[in-house]
Design a binder for this molecule. Structure first.
Ligand SMILES: C[S@@+](CC[C@H](N)C(=O)[O-])C[C@H]1O[C@@H](n2cnc3c(N)ncnc32)[C@H](O)[C@@H]1O
Length: 229
């Protein structure tokens, strides 16, 4: 029986469809994160929490070799058809990346998953272990002010919350900017760039209201980090 924070069954099916055209995923998070990743041609990339393979497909199209991991068999089925050339595996990110050798990836993409995890420090240490010297990590998470606005209470409240999403809810832990960035720096990453992604212009053509809303209120934080020598 699937457990934990993976997007299983109906939630996974909903996410897989929704992420195709969602103003949040397709027009805000993905364009910003792919810009942070930059030129990936010829690189070995680990897609951590790869979901339905939207990132893997883009990275393959840009000439990367991609390994994608996720705890949900539901989303991995979608990833298989969207990104057939990626190496995909079922993996719980609360556990070490024991399938991967030290220094085996040039870069890591970790989009909208870190806030779902409890053992974040273990995962960050593991990501450093599997990165080659000076390897890069691009990582995104929910914007703390978006969570504060939605859930209320103290900005500094880092409790676990449930955000309704289609047929279910996304279970994640709120974190301040200080916590998000602090855990990355403590793990031995150096900050290269921090962005608060705005939607890309194409969204205005298809959904003017969402474009106006997401241009005014940040929904995500995204960072490019480099592994310290
Ligand atoms: C918001 S989705 C992001 C998917 C993909 N990175 C993207 O942006 O399209 C979060 C993903 O994290 C996965 N996930 C959540 N908890 C996990 C865990 N403990 N281990 C592995 N994957 C997990 C979910 O199954 C889901 O696919």
């Amino acid at each position: 029986m699937p457990t934990g924070t993976g997007y299983h069954d109906e939630l996974g099916e909903f996410f897989a469809q929704n992420a195709d055209t969602s103003p949040y995923n397709a027009y805000t998070d993905r364009p910003a994160m792919l810009a942070l990743a930059g030129d990936v041609a010829g690189s070995d990339i680990l897609d951590v929490g790869c979901g339905a393979g939207h990132y893997a497909a883009e990275l393959l199209a840009r000439g990367a070799r991609v390994t994608g991991i996720d705890a949900s068999a539901t989303v991995l089925r979608h990833a298989h058809s969207r990104a057939a050339q990626a190496q995909l595996r079922l993996h719980d990110l609360e556990q070490p990346l024991d399938f991967a050798a030290d220094a085996s990836f040039d870069g890591i993409v970790c989009a909208l998953v870190i806030h779902h995890l409890t053992n974040r420090r273990q995962l960050l240490a593991e990501m450093r272990r599997v990165l080659r010297p000076a390897g890069w990590l691009v990582i995104s998470t929910t914007h703390p002010t978006a969570d504060w606005r939605y859930f209320g209470g103290s900005y500094y409240d880092e409790s676990w919350v449930d955000l309704p999403h289609g047929p279910g809810a996304l279970h994640f832990q709120r974190a301040t900017l200080e916590t998000f960035l602090g855990e990355l720096l403590d793990a031995g990453f150096i900050l290269e760039k921090l962005v608060e992604p705005r939607p890309c212009l194409e969204l205005r053509e298809v959904n003017e209201d969402a474009y106006a809303r997401l241009t005014e209120r940040p929904s995500f934080l995204a960072a490019r980090m480099r592994s310290r020598d």
